[in-house]
Structures are given as C-alpha cells and as structure tokens.
Design a protein around this ligand. Structure first.
Ligand code: GSH
Length: 195
C-alpha cells in the first residue's frame, strides 16, 4: 500500500491512521506545486484530482478523499477501535464528525492560506470558522477514545498557526491538540512527513 502525501496537509490524517493501525505502507511525497512525486512520477496519473492524499492499494486501486481513506484503513483492522461498528449510533456520530471536519473546517481554514482573497472574504471565512470551532470547544468529549475523526481534526487544527490564528483562544481544544501531538503514532507520522 502506498500513501501519497504532502507535508503539512490533510494527508497527515491518513498518515496518522496508518501509524495508529500499524499497517505496512510506503509513504511517497508529492510536490503539490509541480504535481511530481518523490519517485519522479506525474502525480496526476495517480490521482487526476491533483490533490493529496491518495492511497494506492497493492492491487493498484486508488482511494481518495480523506474521510473515505480513513474508513478504508479502519476496515483493514476493524478491531483496532478507531471506529465504532457500522450500524451503531456511535458510527453515525463518527461520520457526522468526519463530515463536519471535511466540509465545515477543512475548506474554511484552507481558504485562509490564500492571502490574495479580499479582506471581506477572509473576514467572513474567519467568522464562520470561529463559530464552528466554538461549537467544537463546547462539545469536546475528553472521555471519548481517539478515533478516525481525531486524526483528521488534529491535521486541520495544526494549520491554525500557519494562517495566523492561535488555538489558545479555545483552551480545551488547545490542550487536546497538545495531548494528541504526544501520541506515539502522531509523532511517527509527523516525523515521516518531515523526513
Ligand atoms: N476533498 C479532498 C480535499 C484534499 C485537499 O484539499 N488536499 C489539499 C491539501 S490539504 C491539496 O492537496 N491541495 C493541492 C491542490 O488542490 O492542488 C479530501 O478530502 O481528501
């Protein structure tokens, strides 16, 4: 299995889950500007959508879209506890969280990377983002075991400082992010991305 990734992107979520599950994989870095891979392929031939992450199975099938890659990985080791059983209410809650991160957080933080947008657009994105993060701050359940959505949330919250925001405005999320950074699998994924 190969994970095509770019450092400091949402592909970190898939990297973390691969490490959490202890699955064998090869990580291949993609230059998101040139769309060339570290092993000198045209990334567009692997994922014509042009963005990371992409997971290539040993049979050559390519899986994309962060929430889908994460659930696919979980399906390879369903007893690892990174997702509640399909059909359970907790599973629907996990899907809600994955969708919330993918549609309400990820694109809004990503938009803030582009400083060329007019300030009115950036301001509106920040305002909406802050409402979503306030919601998270109020609903964080420190008792819930680490799951797929946490890997994704960790990656997206990690962009805050890079777009000039400080997570310390949300103390519970800030502590959660710091504690999650200490998980051995997260440390391994971060080190692999920076290598
Ligand atoms: N819907 C996609 C979004 C992936 C995405 O936004 N990837 C970004 C990095 S976080 C990327 O590679 N952007 C480069 C580009 O669009 O050219 C997913 O869930 O995987």
């Amino acid at each position: 299995m190969k994970l095509y990734f770019a450092p400091n992107t949402c592909s970190l979520a898939s990297h973390i889950v691969l490490e959490e599950l202890g699955l064998p994989y090869q990580a291949v870095k993609v230059n998101n500007q040139t769309k060339r891979t570290a092993d000198d392929q045209d990334y567009l031939t692997i994922n014509p959508k042009g963005y990371v992450a992409a997971l290539v199975r040993d049979d050559g099938e390519v899986i994309t879209e962060a929430p889908v890659i994460l659930q696919y990985l979980d399906s390879l080791k369903p007893d690892a506890g990174l997702a509640p059983p399909a059909g359970s209410l907790e599973r629907w809650r996990l899907l809600e969280r994955l969708n919330f991160i993918g549609s309400e957080l990820h694109p809004k933080v990503a938009l803030l990377f582009n400083r060329d947008w007019p300030e009115a657009v950036l301001h509106s994105a920040r305002e909406k983002l802050f409402k979503r993060v306030d919601y998270l701050e109020g609903h964080l359940d420190p008792q819930r075991p680490f799951d797929l959505s946490d890997a994704y949330l960790f990656a997206v919250l990690g962009w805050f400082t890079r777009v000039g925001l400080s997570l310390s405005q949300w103390p519970r999320l800030h502590s959660w992010h710091q504690a999650t950074a200490q998980r051995p699998a997260v440390q391994r994924a971060l080190a692999a991305q920076e290598a």
